[in-house]
Ligand binder design. Structure first.
Ligand SMILES: Nc1nc2c(ncn2[C@@H]2O[C@H](COP(=O)(O)OP(=O)(O)OP(=O)(O)O)[C@@H](O)[C@H]2O)c(=O)[nH]1
Ligand SMILES: [Mg+2]
Length: 261
């Protein structure tokens, strides 16, 4: 089970670092916050900055709200590593919170949130491999971003207590890694509809609101049938999960969804 092995890497890297960037997914920064990491950072007396990444997928007014809510606890910024937006702020925050120079900055968080892409942005060129498949980075990697700043990439980790459905929502589990993709896909569909009732109409042209019917429609439209002629809803479930992880199925949460204002 790599997650537990990855945790030991995270602990070591947090020990070594002066500042920790906890990377969150802008589509749901609340769900992708990892309290266990935050506690570790605080216990070690290190400085924590919350970095909401993938800002290109979410309206700015929503990001401003998340920033306002989270800033009560920790310094928070939002960026798009892919589009290189807000990265100047990231530099500024790192310099502002550095207790000394040269400073070591650890980049941590759930799988697939964009940690390696942030490392590449800070470095200014491609140093760390990125991938839409969660669990890509498997060890820590130290990169000199400037004369005074060393950044450390880490593997994505999730809390051992997280269940499969949560992990699917956090894009932390590949659909291939699921024994039964249908249950988590149904959970994902319900979650998506609660955030945007029209999302399946917009993305797949499906007006159905019942999760099983949505899966059947996707299977029918793609011609996914089992040998006996029934619709292959398992494959449809994997497609939905994959589309969410690869940003084809786009919806997002607001602080109000968690009664945070
Ligand atoms: N739209 C969008 N996609 C992004 C952004 N940053 C990263 N991605 C995409 O998200 C996926 C994951 O990026 P990585 O940098 O590999 O994520 P990671 O956190 O290092 O993932 P692990 O190594 O698996 O833990 C890739 O497909 C990236 O292209 C961003 O700002 N916007
Ligand atoms: Mg990575």
């Amino acid at each position: 089970m790599p997650n537990s092995r990855y945790w030991s890497i995270i602990k070591r890297v947090i020990n070594e670092a002066d500042i920790v960037l906890e990377v969150l997914d802008a589509r749901d920064p609340y769900l992708t916050r990892n309290r266990r990491i935050e506690k570790l950072v605080l216990d070690k007396g290190k400085r924590l900055i919350l970095v909401i990444n993938k800002a290109d997928l979410v309206p700015k007014e929503v990001l401003e709200k998340w920033k306002r809510v989270f800033s009560r606890e920790f310094p928070t910024i939002f960026i798009s590593a892919r589009d290189r937006l807000g990265t100047r702020y990231l530099w500024r925050y790192i310099k502002m919170y550095a207790p000394k120079f040269p400073v070591k900055v650890a980049v941590v968080g759930y799988p697939n949130v964009g940690k390696s892409m942030i490392i590449n942005v800070l470095k200014g060129r491609h140093s760390s491999g990125t991938s839409p498949i969660p669990g890509f980075t498997k060890s820590s990697l130290r990169v000199r971003a400037s004369t005074n700043i060393i950044v450390i990439d880490t593997p994505g980790v999730f809390p051992p207590s997280a269940d499969e459905q949560e992990l699917v929502l956090c894009s932390a589990l590949r659909p291939e890694a699921l024994d039964d993709p249908v249950v988590p896909a149904i959970h994902l569909i319900k979650f998506a509809l609660s955030r945007d009732p029209l999302v399946f109409e917009k993305v797949y042209g499906i007006t159905e609101k019942d999760p099983i019917k949505i899966l059947s429609e996707i299977a029918r439209k793609r011609g996914l049938y089992l040998k006996g002629g029934q619709l292959n809803v398992e494959e449809a479930a994997r497609i939905i999960i994959r589309d969410w992880q690869r940003n084809k199925l786009v919806f997002f949460s607001r602080p109000e969804n968690y009664n945070l204002t």
